[in-house]
Write a protein that binds this ligand. Structure first.
Ligand SMILES: *Cc1c(COP(=O)(O)O)cnc(C)c1O
Length: 423
């Protein structure tokens, strides 16, 4: 028997205490302490009756119960590595259910396709992850879904104005947003979005809120607690945390996730058992990694803010009390996280010189891994954006984005210092 049963006394333990054992029974695998990789495409039925019952439950023709347990069928529909990983992920966000995916984009695309219909309106925050932006503009618009953007940092009135002036407000189906926004760390108030969604919901049409929680979650921000319906991750980033796997997740109520999983099984966007296993391994150290990264980021941001060659630092830990963003930060963020952007004096030339001079920190996109990465949003991650939009949002040629890792903080600062000296 596993020491800790799913849904039992587990709730009194903190998630980090449960990441090594929750949801797994050693008796399933010859007593193996760790959950093995269930590298199999299909599962053997004990008898034909069991096979029939598993399919009936999977198709919703029969409700599962103590006498009629659901079972494993085929790895596009379910697999122990995925199911145990999903159970563990629900603990951080205190969600009822979770679905894991082959990528963050797989999670985003599957969730949006499940909940949006032709003629619907999607309200979304800007800037938004480039892959998401392309999916909205090139795929969802083709399906007749109207896209209305609002700038991260807008207040309730500004958001509602963007929605109303589109003339498509009455068909609002979902508000999808990222907070903090990348790469400026501008916050979107989760409760404001939830309130707007409630006001535009009708008796038979609930407007959903979906939060891409990749940047601060699952440790430092819990959107479900603030009323959000869906929480989405690129598990490639902090959850995976070692820059060696692409994966995603979507969490929410049992009812919503059941729908997401059904479409996932049609599209085949689930992750594979090996990825599931790697993510379980990563989850064991999630808290110590994210805590260390956040601590290092605070040291790096502090150094940058005092350096004469640095014009401005974009870091949540430096928000002034008078800034309206500070109130949102206090309400919904448990830490400033480990993403730090800054403007360097001297434009693109200086920024490139800095990036090319780094020795310990690596020049690459992506984020959330154990190693520190640096990139130039204007020329790299955000180069596909409309130049005017980019300017309005504050992504200039002089901006550099850092994802701070778990190295020694003084070593990171020494590397940044020597690279700044070469500018
Ligand atoms: C990386 C990322 C994605 C996409 O995730 P993939 O795992 O690369 O598909 C989505 N949203 C945010 C905020 C990201 O950083």
């Amino acid at each position: 028997m596993s020491k800790i049963e799913k849904g039992s006394e587990a709730e009194k333990f903190k998630p980090e205490s449960l990441m090594m054992s929750y949801g797994y029974h050693p008796e399933w695998s010859e007593g193996a302490l760790k959950c093995p990789i269930f590298q199999t495409s299909t599962f053997v039925f004990k008898n034909a009756e069991a096979g029939k019952r598993f399919f009936a439950i999977a198709h919703g023709q029969q409700a599962p119960g103590p006498a009629a347990k659901s079972g494993l069928i085929y790895s596009r529909m379910n697999n122990p590595d995925l199911e145990i990983l999903e159970d563990r992920l629900t603990l951080w966000d205190n969600a009822e259910a979770c679905a894991v995916f082959a990528s963050g984009m797989g999670a985003i695309a599957t969730a949006l396709l499940e909940f949006l219909r032709p003629g619907d309106t999607l309200l979304f925050s800007e800037p938004i992850y480039g892959g998401t932006e392309s999916f909205l503009r090139h795929v969802l618009t083709r399906l007749g879904i109207a896209m209305i953007g609002f700038k991260a940092g807008s207040n309730s009135q500004q958001m509602e104005h963007a929605l109303k002036s589109s003339g498509r407000a009455e068909r609002l189906a979902m508000i999808f947003f990222e907070t903090p926004a990348n790469p400026t760390n501008t916050l979107v108030d989760i409760e404001t979005c939830v309130d707007l969604a409630r006001r535009y919901s009708t008796k038979d049409r609930r407007v959903l809120t979906a939060v891409d929680n990749t940047f601060l979650g699952p440790l430092f921000q819990h959107p479900i607690k603030h009323g959000a319906d869906l929480v989405i991750y690129s598990a490639t980033k902090f959850i995976g945390g070692h820059s060696d796997v692409i994966a995603g997740a979507c969490l929410g109520s049992a009812g919503l996730i059941k729908r997401v999983k059904k479409l996932r099984s049609y599209l085949g966007t689930m992750c594979d058992p090996w990825t599931g296993w790697l993510l379980m391994r990563s989850l064991e150290t999630l808290k110590i990694r994210m805590a260390c990264q956040a601590e290092n980021a605070a040291a790096v941001a502090g150094f940058l803010s005092k350096h004469p060659k640095v014009e401005k630092v974009y870091y949540l830990g430096h928000l002034k009390k008078s800034d309206p963003q500070h109130k949102i930060y206090k309400k919904q963020c448990l830490s400033a996280g480990s993403m730090v952007s800054f403007d360097i004096r001297g434009g693109e030339k200086a920024a490139f010189r800095f990036l090319n001079s780094l020795r310990l920190i690596t020049l690459a996109v992506s984020l959330g891994g154990t190693e520190s990465l640096a990139e130039h949003p204007g020329a790299m991650t955000h180069s596909d954006m409309d130049p005017q939009d980019r300017k309005e949002i504050g992504i200039s040629d002089k901006m550099i984005r850092l994802s701070v890792g778990i190295e020694n903080a003084q070593d990171l600062i020494a590397d940044i210092k020597q690279a700044l000296e070469r500018v």
